[in-house]
Design a binder for this molecule. Structure first.
Ligand code: GLU
Length: 259
């Protein structure tokens, strides 16, 4: 199975903004294991700006774009160095793929990138993907910037023809109302159609450290479902659940594609 797994900054870091090594190590172990089981695994990892912030004297992410680009540049190399080391400890090789929205808008360019992914799978590499935040231009926001890795991971899953996208989040899945405000909120295990009722369930943005909220996850689901593939949103805190999801067990919320 070809699987894209997306992990967000709020799962990778502590509230201090520093990397949660204990968690990242466990996640990396499961990803290597899935690869060893014969799956083709892609990790879409946020955290460049978060890790970049931790390397500086800044207390929080500044709003100015030039600072954010700088933080992404400062953090991306460290993020990869950490992944290289942790994956390497399990005997797994990784690569870095930085993507811009405009590259995917060009059909020929997109196909070239897809073939590079095919080669990496053939060579048993786990590609680690992020948006190229340093060069992505938000002067033309909607045109050239994904801005969140939920959307980016859905596009990646689509163009590399992945069977499944798993979004690891700080929430268990899609709830019928916001579980942070309503203790009686119930998780929705299966979504087969994205209608107004479902969109209404996705309220608000994520945490202070993360970027997307449930709304960007539903946009991601729309992209994946339209290509006939499946997406799962589940809690990042139980990396072992990835085995269950891949085995077809019900975990979190499954968005079933129209295959
Ligand atoms: N690409 C951004 C980063 O690595 C994060 C985007 C997101 O959190 O969705 O910092």
């Amino acid at each position: 199975m070809r699987i894209v797994i997306k992990i967000g900054t709020s799962s990778l870091t502590y509230a201090t903004g520093r990397l949660n090594y204990r968690y990242v190590k466990v996640l990396v172990g499961v990803l290597c294991d899935l690869k060893n089981m014969g799956h083709e695994v892609v990790l879409v990892s946020s955290g460049a700006m978060g890790v970049g912030l931790g390397k500086t004297t800044l207390a929080k992410k500044p709003a100015e774009t030039d600072y954010r680009r700088a933080l992404a540049a400062i953090g991306q190399s460290s993020l990869m160095a950490i992944y290289e080391e942790l994956f390497g400890a399990y005997g797994c090789q990784v690569s870095q793929v930085l993507i811009t929205k405009s590259a995917l808008q060009d059909e020929a360019n997109k196909n070239d990138i897809a073939s590079a992914f095919s080669r990496m799978f053939e060579l048993e590499i786990i590609p680690i993907v992020n948006e190229n935040d340093v060069v992505a231009s938000d002067a033309m926001k909607s045109m050239d910037l994904f801005g969140d890795n939920d959307t980016l991971s859905a596009h990646v899953a689509e163009f590399i023809k992945a069977d499944l996208l798993i979004i690891l989040s700080d929430i268990n899945g899609l709830y019928d109302s916001d579980p942070r405000g309503n203790p009686n909120a119930k998780i929705i295990p299966l979504v087969t159609h994205l209608n107004d009722e479902i969109y209404k369930m996705a309220s608000g943005a994520g945490t202070a450290r993360g970027t997307g909220g449930m709304a960007t996850k539903l946009n991601a689901a729309a992209i994946v479902m339209a290509s006939g593939k499946d997406m799962v949103i589940t809690n990042s805190s139980r990396p072992d659940d990835l085995y269950k999801i891949v085995a077809g067990e019900a975990v979190g919320t499954l968005f079933k594609g129209r295959a």
